[in-house]
Ligand binder design. Structure first.
Ligand SMILES: [Zn+2]
Length: 339
């Protein structure tokens, strides 16, 4: 099969890779219908993580080709969505809703789903099948559920968004934008998107943002305070993962409020004194997307949400390198790859 490899920072190629086979009886093999490039793939691309000939990709939707002898909940032909973390969905951690930290967790990034086929470990726990094969136009929405929608949703839940809340969102990538959508669906009354880019501001408004703040740092915090009677937001979604964005999120939250952080942390160090006096709740981490999948797939099937709008560039898998460039240069919000 063909699949994407990151040879070194900034260098991506599409190569012949071995066809995946069933290794464990709990595995399934899927034919990937659509995959995509994640903002987190840009960390190694930009040299922030070591990378050498690594298979890439952890987001996927597709059709089941084959299942291992122990798999009971999906069968060949099913259209399935799974998270970027394979999980058994039965251990105590999964049952508590934290499937991304399952005791048997497998990171799908190590498998590499920017490819024609993929092996899905723990298929019964990981995959959720739709009732029927979806209309083609819904495939991007289902693909978004695999990571960015589920992650934005978790961020909103972790930030304690409830009906009537005021929510601020730090980060205007796909996760931040879908955090806006999640906040709206969870009943937030006021949603402040922080973005300096006109196209992303527009999409944020389509997803439910009521206010846009273009300033960052001290000025960004002041702007949020001005919009919230000097108090700060009840809930703040942090979807970047840098020191600046994390502190921006904490300082934009009112005392007693909540920060939901899902940007993959790079070099963030929380100063104890600022944390102590902020009096905010912090909760986040790799999103347990699996917790939300049944609900999200239902909303997509009923067409009450359209998270697929975050894909503003679609390329054949063979042109993955162009997709990485577009995301790196921020000429695309999120790139869908068609095997
Ligand atoms: Zn588990």
């Amino acid at each position: 099969m063909r699949g994407v490899i990151m040879n070194a920072p900034g260098q991506v190629s599409v190569v012949d890779r071995p066809d995946p086979v069933i290794v464990e009886p709990t595995d399934a093999i899927i034919k990937v219908a659509a995959t995509c490039i994640c903002g987190s793939d840009l960390w190694p691309y930009r040299g922030a993580n070591d990378v050498h000939d690594a298979p890439m990709g952890h987001e996927y939707v597709g059709y089941v080709e084959e299942v291992g002898s122990a798999v009971t909940t999906v069968k060949p032909g099913d259209f399935v969505v799974g998270s970027f973390m394979a999980s058994d969905n039965t251990c105590e951690i999964c049952q508590a809703g934290y499937q991304s930290r399952c005791v048997q967790v497998h990171g799908m990034g190590g498998i590499g789903t920017q490819s024609e086929y993929a092996r899905i470990p723990l298929a019964d726990g990981t995959l959720v099948a739709t009732a029927e094969a979806p209309d083609t136009d819904l495939i991007p929405a289902y693909l978004a559920a695999s990571d960015v929608l589920g992650t934005g949703w978790f961020a909103a839940v972790a930030a304690g968004v409830r009906p009537g809340s005021t929510v601020a969102v730090v980060g205007d990538g796909a996760v931040g934008l879908l955090g806006v959508l999640a906040a709206r669906e969870l009943g937030a009354e006021r949603i402040i998107a922080m973005s300096r880019h006109a196209d992303r501001q527009e999409l944020a408004r389509q997803f439910g943002a009521t206010d846009i703040v273009a300033e960052r740092g001290r000025d960004g915090v002041s702007a949020i305070k001005e919009l919230t009677n000097g108090l700060g937001a009840h809930s703040v979604i942090e979807a970047v993962g840098t020191q600046e964005s994390m502190m921006q999120a904490i300082r934009s939250t009112r005392p007693g409020g909540h920060v939901g952080y899902v940007g993959v942390s790079h070099g963030v160090e929380l100063p104890g004194d600022k944390l102590f006096y902020s009096t905010v709740h912090l909760h986040g981490g790799p999103a347990p997307v699996r917790r939300f999948l049944p609900d999200l797939l239902d909303r997509i099937a009923r067409r009450t949400i359209d998270p697929g709008k975050v894909f503003d560039l679609t390329l054949p898998l063979e042109q993955a390198a162009e997709g990485y460039r577009a995301m790196d240069q921020r000429t695309a919000i999120k790139v869908l790859l068609e095997p």
